[in-house]
Write a protein that binds this ligand. Structure first.
Ligand code: OXD
Ligand code: MN
Length: 590
């Protein structure tokens, strides 16, 4: 029988609310023991040793990958399950057409039956965590209960977890309750439920990151987006990057892209040699919490403390810093192995796979060696470009917001919204080809407003209104942009080299913010003319550049007609101001 938490580890600041909740979960799930996470290095080492002994983790070649481990998930548990992810609000309209909805009472009853006795013979881990710098007034806390030591190891990297978070919870009074069990990893008994009105999450049947590390998508986006609306800020699926120009001035951008569209690479951008004097600093690679500041600007913190990034494609050419970062103290999930026990993935230019991600002898006929959604979990502090301001309690000021999708055609390389309201329409119009980050068909274009389709914890109609309200509050709002690094020619070849070269586009944006760069107005917003971009040393032909900066009115009329149809689904919750922006764009295209 489980021991009382305080007897196991005396935690002086144990909040009564946390203790009561842990006790009620203990009664329901019947664990063999309870472990309260302290968040120390010794604890992480002990858990690692335990997983190594049990064969769940494998140590990687210590000469080339010191402190690195491989974890192989169940083959049917490799991505987020959007079709099993629910928002459970009292009124279905509050969840909106953008979410799967279940009545909260029905959902609790269903989950109670799944959780009943599910931890028999297992350890129940209590992870108090803080999303955001522990001393930041913009940070928010949660407690995850899980029966997976792998989840604990990830949470210790991805959040500020342990005693300090528990102390902050005792002080703050409230926290997000996240209950997780891997159950039997049965895809038929898998649900990720969110109760925004109760600040609660219940996740059963999956050990995969986005389904199981509850601080990340479940808390920092779905629940936090709800909390943010109540409290007057924004929780967004955005990286935060600081760019220092050759004059030594640093400006910050927050950029929203759908999953597996290069957020980590953009956040860790390496300026090309042909743009000397530029430097990039990472604040965050996946999530931004944006708060209107007293100075009328928008200020951002990264609620996370680590990166849970897509491995395939990472190499010294595409992202030198990421490649260096994941060579030490990194937890790999579902990568392949070489004969000398090094991790291997598609896109690596050296080595070759002996075993695939399932531990079978590699056979190209069975698909890629590493799973396309294989991941690294690593502390942000391992990033050589980690911003010295990433842990500032007040966050960093944002000069520009960027929305981007993966589109073969239609969307030009970059355009600037006319103003905040138009920018909200630009964000709402985001569409992208699906990737391996979620279960389902890859490569089909779907609407993904603000890159939040899988993550907004309430009705998009209300969410866009909230965006409009925040903009109205900002005396010095950031400018808003749309980018598309993924335009292709008639033969399917990418027109833009991407990666470090994206800096040319970001530099143009920052020059626009400073009133220094030219642009020409199109029906969809302001575009740079080729001469407005710094193209010194860029290996892109004049025809390709012209194509990248073209707005095809015919294609756009079709795009905007589809957008009108999509927005119409939100009925009376759709803000009138957004419809007015849409009508204005239609007129310009007519
Ligand atoms: C992620 C995702 O893992 O968006 O960041 O799926
Ligand atoms: Mn993401």
């Amino acid at each position: 029988m489980a021991t009382a938490a305080h007897a196991l580890t005396p935690l002086p600041q144990l909040s009564g609310a946390v203790a009561d909740w842990v006790n009620s979960v203990r009664e329901l799930t019947q664990p063999r023991a309870i472990h309260w996470c302290e968040g120390t290095d010794a604890e992480a080492r002990e858990l690692t040793a335990q997983l190594l002994r049990g064969g769940e983790l494998k140590a990687l070649n210590p000469e080339y990958f010191p402190g690195c481990h491989l974890y192989r998930s169940a083959p049917s548990d490799v991505a987020r399950v959007e079709h099993l992810t629910y928002i459970c609000t009292r009124s279905q309209d509050d969840a909106g057409p953008n979410n799967h909805w279940m009545d909260p009472q029905q959902a609790h009853a269903k989950m109670r039956e799944l959780f009943r006795g599910c931890m028999r013979g297992r350890t129940l881990y209590v992870i108090p965590y803080c999303m955001g710098p522990i001393d930041s007034p913009l940070a928010r806390c949660g407690v995850e209960i899980t029966d997976s030591a792998y989840v604990v190891l990830n949470m210790l990297i991805m959040t500020r977890a342990g005693r300090a978070a528990l102390e902050r919870i005792a002080h703050d009074g409230d926290f997000v309750r996240g209950l997780h069990s891997v159950g039997e990893l049965d895809p038929e008994r898998r649900f990720i439920m969110h109760f925004p009105e109760e600040l609660a999450i219940e996740s059963f049947g999956s050990g995969y990151g986005g389904n199981a590390l509850l601080g990340k998508k479940c808390h920092a986006l779905r629940i936090a987006s709800w909390q943010a609306r109540t409290e007057g800020w924004l929780a967004e699926h955005m990286l935060i990057v600081g760019l220092q120009n050759p004059r030594g001035e640093t400006h910050y951008l927050a950029c929203a892209f759908p999953s597996a569209c290069g957020k980590t690479n953009l956040a860790m951008l390496i300026p090309p040699d042909s743009l000397p004097g530029w430097r990039a600093f990472t604040v965050g690679d996946d999530i931004a919490w944006l708060h209107p500041g007293e100075d009328g600007r928008l200020w951002a913190i990264n609620p996370e403390a680590g990166y849970f990034g897509v491995v395939p494609g990472t190499n010294p050419e595409t992202n030198r810093n990421a490649y260096e970062m994941i060579r030490r103290d990194t937890l790999f999930t579902n990568v392949a192995l070489t004969a000398d026990n090094q991790p291997w993935w598609e896109g690596l230019t050296s080595g070759k796979p002996l075993l695939d991600w399932q531990g079978r002898p590699y056979d190209p006929a069975r698909g890629p060696a590493a799973h396309p959604n294989s991941r690294f979990t690593v502390s942000a502090r391992r990033n050589p470009g980690y911003s010295p301001h990433a842990e500032d309690a007040g966050g960093v000021p944002i000069s520009a917001l960027v929305f981007g999708g993966r589109r073969r055609e239609v969307a030009p390389l970059v355009y600037e919204a006319r103003d905040w309201k138009h920018g909200v329409l630009v964000g709402a119009s985001l569409a992208s080809e699906t990737t391996a980050a979620a279960v389902g068909q890859v490569g089909v274009t779907r609407r993904d407003p603000m890159a939040m389709q899988p993550f907004c914890g309430y009705n998009f109609g209300d969410y866009w209104q909230h965006w409009l309200n925040i903009g109205a509050q900002l005396a010095r709002p950031p400018r808003i942009y749309h980018v598309n690094w993924f335009r292709r020619d008639a033969h399917g070849k990418f027109l833009w080299p991407g990666y470090g070269e994206n800096l040319r586009v970001l530099a143009w944006m920052l020059d626009r913010c400073a009133g220094k760069a030219g642009a020409s107005e199109s029906a969809v917003g302001w575009l740079p003319r080729p001469a407005d971009l710094d193209t010194r040393g860029l290996n892109v032909g004049a025809d390709a550049l012209a194509a990248l900066l073209t707005v095809d009115a015919g294609l756009w009329r079709k795009e905007v007609a589809e957008l009108r149809e999509y927005l119409g689904r939100f009925g009376s919750r759709l803000p009138a101001a957004l419809l007015a922006e849409l009508a204005s764009t239609e007129q310009r295209l007519a």
